[in-house]
Ligand binder design. Structure first.
Ligand code: ATP
Ligand code: MG
Length: 467
């Protein structure tokens, strides 16, 4: 009797009143293969302390608690997970009552975020994706899910997940892995396989096509035949995905260290053109490896910076991707008689306006892109005070990096980029020498007056647009 009282006392001393008493007997999931702890390589030592705290606390409160998704997938491959996703039978409000550091977020998916400073452990409630849930869920006429917030059991939760390798559950009760869909076998075979009918799953949520490519590249896995065949057929559906959601996906695709390979694979499967129609069009008119080299070099730079733990910015990459479409449009306008400066200004606005319809780009980023672009012609002025003044511009560093990128891709003179590299590391005396107007060599003959020629307003840009 004392033992039983002590058992319950543990729970009564908790900060919040327990929502449910603990179940002593463990539920065995129906239809699953259980991989016991000695038969897999995931150790608690590899799980973050905060994720463990959340799992244990939920369990202590009498709820089921599992790690799922990328955390389990990456640990099985011996990789360090980006984050840990927890899934439970506790509803979000119950989770909020247990954790004082909990925030409830999301409309489409109501989720609990347990915040430990900047580290957030995401806790989701089991959801249904069975036929009756589909009837309840709100679908668009193409079959896209708008709302699917119907809670379910572990056995039901598995069917709403995207790929078999993302649907493995690590059980905190006994440290086993629960596998309903052959995820362990696909892990071993290095396969990205959708759960259920590939086309139907892509129609429900076209972003899954981007996720398939992202995981294939990141993990070095192959797309399962059904998945590969269903992508070109459904690629166009990405156009109906809300632009804000695609912004987040774009960052994950291009700014997590595998940008070059991801770009190539997205193009190969007809997905890149849906995300960036104007860029795809410009890539089809490739000349002397431009603009593809520019895009590849920008992605390579980002990948290298990530590998060196340096920060990367979305706007720089977008500026590189959209540079050629902007130049092309400006050239057309100039040919029709629009003055240079107006043509570049209008072209920038039009290209960005069109792009944000597909992928949202916050205003501070479109402003930054415009600044990087509009600083390019200023690099041509190399005498007097102008270079020094340009260096004090808050966007100078990004604009200079962009000039170097252009030079590498043959869209700006290499000599110009080299001059600016040297100028930045030169001391004051050297800088003064570098910016002195060039002396005309004295000649015996009197100088002939040159006829007046109109100056190009954007010489640094014109270098490419004339080629
Ligand atoms: P990573 O966090 O490394 O990018 P992840 O697989 O953990 O990869 P999350 O976006 O964190 O990706 O999602 C966690 C889990 O939620 C996934 O593993 C998957 O089981 C499920 N999930 C996420 N997005 C979808 C989706 N669009 N459709 C179906 N299931 C999804
Ligand atoms: Mg994750």
């Amino acid at each position: 009797m004392t033992a039983i009282l002590n058992f319950f006392k543990n729970f009564l001393t908790l900060d919040d009143v327990p929502t449910r008493l603990p179940e002593i007997a463990q539920k065995i999931p129906v239809g699953a293969t259980i991989i016991p702890r000695p038969e897999h390589c995931i150790s608690r030592k590899q799980v973050s302390d905060n994720a463990l705290k959340v799992l244990y606390r939920l369990r202590k409160e009498g709820f089921d608690a599992y790690l799922v998704g990328g955390g389990v997938r990456d640990l099985l491959l011996g990789r360090e997970p980006k984050d840990f996703d927890v899934v439970t039978d506790a509803e979000p409000e119950q989770v909020a009552r247990i954790f004082s550091n909990c925030r409830l977020i999301g409309k489409r998916f109501r989720l609990a975020h347990i915040c430990y400073g900047r580290d957030i452990v995401e806790v989701a409630t089991f959801r249904k994706a069975s036929d009756d849930a589909k009837q309840n869920a709100r679908l668009t006429k193409e079959g896209r899910i708008l709302q699917d917030n119907i809670y379910g059991s572990l056995e039901e939760d598995v069917w709403r997940r995207d790929f078999t390798i993302n649907a493995l559950y690590y059980n905190i009760r006994d440290f086993s892995i629960v596998d309903f869909v052959g995820g362990m076998a696909d892990h071993e075979a290095c396969l990205i396989r959708l759960i259920g009918d590939a086309s139907a799953r892509f129609r429900e949520d076209p972003v899954r096509m981007l996720r398939a490519v992202r995981f294939a590249v990141k993990l070095g896995f192959k797309l399962h035949e059904d998945c590969e065949q269903a992508i070109p057929v459904n690629a166009h559906l990405l156009a109906s995905v809300p632009a804000a959601r695609l912004h987040d996906e774009m960052s994950k695709l291009f700014l997590t260290g595998y940008g070059v390979q991801t770009f190539e694979m997205l193009r190969q499967h007809g997905l890149f053109g849906v995300l960036f129609p104007a860029v795809e069009k410009s890539l089809s008119h490739e000349e002397a490896h431009f603009p593809k080299m520019m895009v590849i070099n920008a992605l390579k730079n980002s990948d290298n910076r990530i590998a060196e733990n340096k920060p990367v910015t979305t706007y720089f990459l977008l500026a590189a991707l959209l540079w050629e479409p902007m130049l092309h449009r400006a050239k057309e306008k100039i040919a029709k008689g629009t003055p240079d400066a107006d043509a570049y200004h209008e072209a920038a606005s039009e290209v960005l306006t069109q792009q944000v319809r597909r992928i949202a780009i916050p205003r501070h980023l479109t402003l930054a892109i415009r600044e990087v672009w509009s600083l390019q012609p200023k690099f041509a002025a190399r005498s007097g005070m102008k270079p020094n003044r340009l260096m004090t511009h808050p966007r100078f560093r990004a604009a200079y990096d962009f000039l170097v990128l252009r030079a590498q891709a043959g869209s700006a003179p290499a000599e110009l980029a080299e001059w600016w590299t040297a100028y930045q590391s030169a001391n004051e005396t050297e800088q003064r020498k570098m910016t002195q107007p060039k002396q005309q060599p004295k000649s015996a003959k009197p100088k002939r007056k040159r006829p007046y020629r109109k100056k190009t307003k954007n010489p640094a840009i014109a270098i490419h647009s004339e080629s």
